[in-house]
Ligand binder design. Structure first.
Ligand code: FAD
Ligand code: FES
Length: 330
């Protein structure tokens, strides 16, 4: 697979913007753009770890609850609005690169993150102009386009979307004929997309769109949305769109990429296998150190060992794996 040795280091990045894509609050998706004062070569599948240790005096470690901070969600998810108390986190949290603008002395990276707990909540409170300590780019095995493949089908669930937008952008700069880019969520509010996206696409005011979303409007990209509750796009699973797109796929030329919740990726991997299609999956397992030291991000990968598999580390040996090699049964 696409193994790369790219130097990682700690940066103090400046926040250019940080806002809720749809409604603010718990389980909502936010977009953050960071400026680095140097050139950083990044590749699709790579991620950064965000320091979530409070640095400002008023945020010294304490017990917080989300509702205490007026962060009740307006989403229909069953977890929404439920109080939860957590110790302010210390371990940096990983987020995939969604878009990279790399110049000689500056790099601007875009990430999309969902508020799950205290770490992402902390990030959502950071203001434009503030800085955040991040470590990266991380990840040893990344997305790549195998020789002879000219069509890519990408299937994302929720915040599995950003690494695939980065990949789509990168493939469009190379020799790809077409990309099907599908994203799904339980409901419209969970989509990692701006709320006025369709309006902007219709009126062709793409310059108003954050660069991470511009791939959607590329003539080579067939973009599709699915929501379980039918509140936006196809009413049903994102894998329905995937299966539909497979009707005219040529296994010799088609490559599948996926990132999102484990059961969704397992299904994409199974369907791809049934059609004889190669598939790469970007796993986003829970992580500790992010650099191969703590063993907290293990997954079972098929091998010639006696039991037929070995543990590998998502942070060091992934996060991208050949979907055929992953033991999807947990
Ligand atoms: C390589 C990689 C890339 C990632 N990229 C993105 C991204 O682009 N955007 C994004 O929103 N998220 C991404 N994630 C997931 C993100 O790192 C977690 O959502 C985040 O660390 C949660 O931190 P928290 O403090 O907000 O929540 P926590 O308090 O740490 O956790 C809240 C709840 O979420 C669960 N949880 C935490 N992390 C994960 C996880 N990785 N998988 C499943 N459940 C989890 C916990 O068990 C807990 O129930 C990525 C993860 C990895 C490993
Ligand atoms: S997160 Fe520590 S080894 Fe992978």
């Amino acid at each position: 697979m696409g193994e790369l040795k790219i130097p990682k280091k700690t940066y103090q990045a400046t926040i250019l913007e940080n806002y809720a894509l749809r409604l603010p609050g718990k389980l909502s998706n936010y977009l953050i753009r960071l400026r680095f004062d140097e050139k950083i070569i990044c590749n699709p599948g790579q991620f950064f770890k965000f320091n979530v240790e409070p640095t400002r005096e008023q945020e010294k470690p304490r017990l917080i609850t989300v509702n205490e901070e007026n962060e009740t969600s307006q989403m229909s998810d069953s977890k929404a609005g439920v109080d939860f108390a957590v110790q302010q986190p210390l371990i940096a949290r990983p987020f995939s690169i969604g878009h990279a603008e790399v110049q000689e002395n500056t790099t601007i990276l875009t990430f999309i993150y969902k508020i799950f707990g205290a770490g992402s909540l902390h990030i959502s409170k950071l203001q434009q102009g503030e800085t955040i300590k991040v470590l990266g780019p991380l990840g040893g095995n990344l997305f790549y386009l195998p020789k002879g493949k000219t069509r890519a089908i990408m299937v994302a669930g929720g915040v599995g979307f950003p690494p695939l937008t980065f990949l789509a952008d990168s493939l469009l700069k190379k020799s790809i004929d077409s990309i099907d880019l599908f994203v799904g969520a339980t409901s419209s509010l969970g989509l990692p997309l701006p709320k006025n996206l369709s309006q902007q696409l219709r009126s062709n005011t793409l310059s108003d769109l954050s660069p991470i979303f511009r791939v959607i409007a590329d003539p080579k990209v067939n973009f599709g949305i699915a929501t379980d509750d039918g509140s936006e796009g196809h009413p049903g699973l994102v894998t329905d769109l995937f299966e539909r797109a497979l009707a005219d796929s040529d296994p010799e030329k088609t490559m599948i990429y996926t990132c999102g919740p484990w059961p969704m990726m397992a299904k994409v991997a199974r369907i791809a296998g049934e059609h004889g299609l190669n598939c790469q999956a970007c796993l986003e397992e829970m992580m500790g150190c992010g650099i191969g030291a703590c063993q907290s991000c293990v997954v079972r990968i098929k091998s010639n060992s006696e039991q037929g598999w070995n543990y590998q580390l998502v942070c060091r040996d992934g996060p991208v794996f050949d979907a055929d090699d992953v033991l999807w049964e947990k």
